[in-house]
Write a protein of this length. Sequence first.
Length: 81
Amino acid sequence: MNKRAVRILKQWDPFSVGEQMYRAEIEDAVMALQVLDDPSELAKKIRSIYGFSFNKWIPIEKCVDISYKLLALKYEAKHII
């Protein structure tokens, strides 16, 4: 699941700087995915992670979209086990 989550986050590229620029943020977002199950809470955490690192603001709607994709992946993985 983590590898798939990393792929999703690499493709996201919210600041259009290239996927290689988000290594630490992706790691933090995947860790947040492990403990959060609410899409709004995950979106806020992702927004905080990326916003802090790049000192830029991301619209919450973009973060909610990615949080739903990540949580769908998480629930899919849980049902396979």
